[in-house]
Design a protein around this ligand. Structure first.
Ligand SMILES: [Zn+2]
Length: 297
């Protein structure tokens, strides 16, 4: 069992293939705990968050962010994950309690919960005037093949994507992780077919995370018979960017009447962050202070 949440990157010796491997069991457990997700919702949310963390490994600047949004017509509603360059990610799902019977023993129906129709959107905010946006229609709602389709259509990069979340009978997360393999232009067929063979021998990615002790060990098995070089390793974490100050801004957008209504009904004001479920309560004085604050102060 790989205990640490981290990702590694590698290339083959001829630099035709690029690999990202991630272990996210703790991150997905935290997402499950925060949102009290059902088994299938944990798997859906965990796959989207794991994918975003792997995609975000190309971010460089401190303020850079990547958002992966999956909007399907299934009972899960929207699933959104946002990550930064330091490997911190957070995620939300519209209907965390939604669930479906498994497709087969041990096979959670993520595609049914998410889709099958809808779209997947990637937003890369690299501090430029306009963030980069790409969108594709969902293929199945299983996330991994939808993301592979995104890479092909939006970025013209042939990719193999594997995402897996193993949910235990008590709903805790037993293992979670992901793998992205991308072929550079001109990658040779014999190298690709060798790698494909290795991938299918490896088995489902969540089992791989459960079976191995380190991602470096997984990489060695994945690259059996192929010379390669490991490039990068970085820790991953579930970490939200919310704060009292950030959520206090919501107050200044409410009218006096709305605030008075809420106050009368609730006896106070509590704002919950959608991304991490942290609740912040504000008393009358604090509300007045935010209310009187001018934008930009
Ligand atoms: Zn938050």
């Amino acid at each position: 069992m790989i205990k640490k949440d981290y990702l590694i990157k590698a290339v083959d010796a001829s630099k035709q293939i690029r690999i990202i491997l991630a272990s996210t069991t703790g991150v997905v457990e935290e997402a499950h705990h925060r949102h009290q997700t059902s088994a299938t919702a944990s798997a859906a949310l965990g796959r989207v968050l794991t994918a975003a963390l792997m995609m975000g490994s190309d971010l460089k600047g401190e303020a850079d962010a990547l958002t992966l949004r999956v909007n399907g017509n299934g009972p899960a509603g929207s699933i959104v994950a946002t990550v930064d360059a330091a490997g911190n990610g957070r995620a939300l799902i519209s209907a965390p309690q939604a669930d479906l019977p498994p497709k087969a023993p041990g096979k959670l129906d993520v595609g049914g919960l998410v889709g099958p129709t809808g779209y997947l959107e990637v937003i890369r905010d690299m501090g430029l005037k306009q963030p980069f946006k790409g969108q594709v229609n969902l293929l199945s709602g299983e996330i991994a093949e939808d993301l592979a389709q995104y890479y092909m259509q939006s970025e013209q990069i042939p990719s193999l994507v594997a995402l897996g979340v193993l949910v235990d009978t008590d709903l805790s997360i037993k293992a979670a992780g992901g793998l992205i393999i991308q072929a550079m232009p001109g990658a040779q067929d014999d190298l690709l077919s060798r790698l494909e063979e290795n991938v299918s021998r490896l088995g489902p990615i969540s089992d791989v995370i459960y079976r191995h002790e380190t991602l470096e060990g997984v990489l060695a098995e994945l690259m059996a018979g192929i010379a390669y070089q490991q490039l990068d390793s970085r820790p991953l974490a579930f970490k939200c960017k919310c704060s009292r100050e950030r959520l206090g801004i919501v107050i200044s957008s409410l009218s006096d009447e709305e605030l008075a209504d809420i106050y009368e009904a609730e006896g106070g004001l509590e704002i919950t962050c959608n991304f991490c479920n942290q609740a912040y309560s504000f008393n009358k004085e604090e509300i007045d202070a935010y209310k009187n604050k001018q934008p930009g102060e």
